[in-house]
Ligand binder design. Structure first.
Ligand SMILES: [Zn+2]
Length: 316
């Protein structure tokens, strides 16, 4: 992607802006954050522009904040909630989640060109649908439990309405959008899904709150097995586990499971690299997912590691 876009960025900046273009190292880790911040400081940057996928964008957001500079975000894939949010997920260099870094403000500008997004493999769009699918179920959990959103305030009714709109959009247009993307013919469904994945899900999760689906995601990231799978793919498994934990009716679970299949999202642990499901692996995942203070406890039902193990066993 860097080699593909650099000539266009260079050409766009040539006469107007003195831009220093740096290639992201691949992980949003403390070492990458320090490197980016130092390069931007050395360049005397007035503004930090992040172009790329979630980890590159999160790095740009965090570096801009540390430098006290405005931040412009240009996503090249619609694979997660990263573009609009004020959150940067910091990983260890080995790919495990280290911590969530909540920045005091959201990006100043998010510029989305669907012609760029349509050039990315459809797998990224599917992953974004997985992340967007979680938005409603997690906001709804927070609404019912009274848990705070990501800004540590109660989610406003508008946040819940955005989350509902996000769910309805992905369920209605998801499969057509993925077909658009595979055929390299972005149409109205594709536009709707890019908006849902980036804007509705970004606003909805942050203002509505997060819960079980992302808690399971964080737990899954403890396993080396899943590191070649995308955030939204693991979140999709998290949504299915969350529905089981919430005691969703069988028809609702089946509706969402079938939807995941229709948009090429995983529905089984083997689909995200956990070919062999052992008690030890499930213990590692669920202890992380259910540790004290974790977002799992934003659910309206009490979730123990044992209950989470039982839910994941149903996805084995
Ligand atoms: Zn997410």
């Amino acid at each position: 992607m860097f080699d593909l876009l650099k000539p266009a960025v260079d050409a766009a900046c040539s006469d107007a802006i003195a831009a220093t273009v740096i290639r992201h190292g691949g992980e949003c880790s403390e070492s990458e954050l320090a490197r980016t911040e130092s390069l931007a400081r050395d360049a005397g940057a007035d503004v930090v522009v992040g172009i790329g996928g979630g980890k590159a964008l999160d790095t740009a957001k965090a570096a801009a904040f540390k430098l006290g500079r405005p931040c412009v975000i240009v996503p090249t894939i619609a694979a997660s909630d990263a573009p609009c949010s004020a959150l940067a997920v910091v990983y260890h260099d080995d790919g495990k989640v280290a911590y969530d870094l909540f920045l005091p403000r959201n990006p100043d500008l998010v510029l989305v060109d669907t012609a760029v997004i349509a050039k990315a493999p459809a797998r990224f769009l599917s992953a974004g649908i997985g992340d967007a699918l979680a938005t409603f179920y997690e906001a709804d959990a927070c609404r019912r439990s009274g848990a705070n959103n990501c800004m540590q305030t109660r989610g406003a009714p508008l946040a819940y309405a955005i989350a509902e709109q996000c769910r309805d959009t992905v369920l209605e247009y998801g499969a057509a959008a993925v077909a658009n993307c595979i055929a390299r013919k972005p149409g109205p469904a594709f536009e709707r899904i890019v908006e849902a994945n980036i804007l509705l899900s970004g606003l909805g999760f942050e203002s509505g709150g997060v819960a079980g689906a992302h808690a399971i995601h964080h737990g899954l990231c403890e396993l080396d097995d899943v590191h070649h799978h995308l955030h939204g793919e693991k979140v999709a498994i998290g949504v299915l586990a969350e529905l089981i934990l919430q005691g969703a009716p069988a028809e609702e679970f089946e509706r969402i499971r079938a939807f995941c299949v229709s948009v090429n999202l995983p529905t089984r642990l083997a689909d995200i690299g956990i070919a062999e499901v052992t008690d030890e692996k499930l213990r590692i995942v669920t202890e992380r997912a259910c540790r004290p203070g974790e977002i799992m406890h934003n659910e309206a039902v009490a979730v123990t590691p044992e209950a989470a193990v039982r839910a994941l066993r149903k996805l084995a």
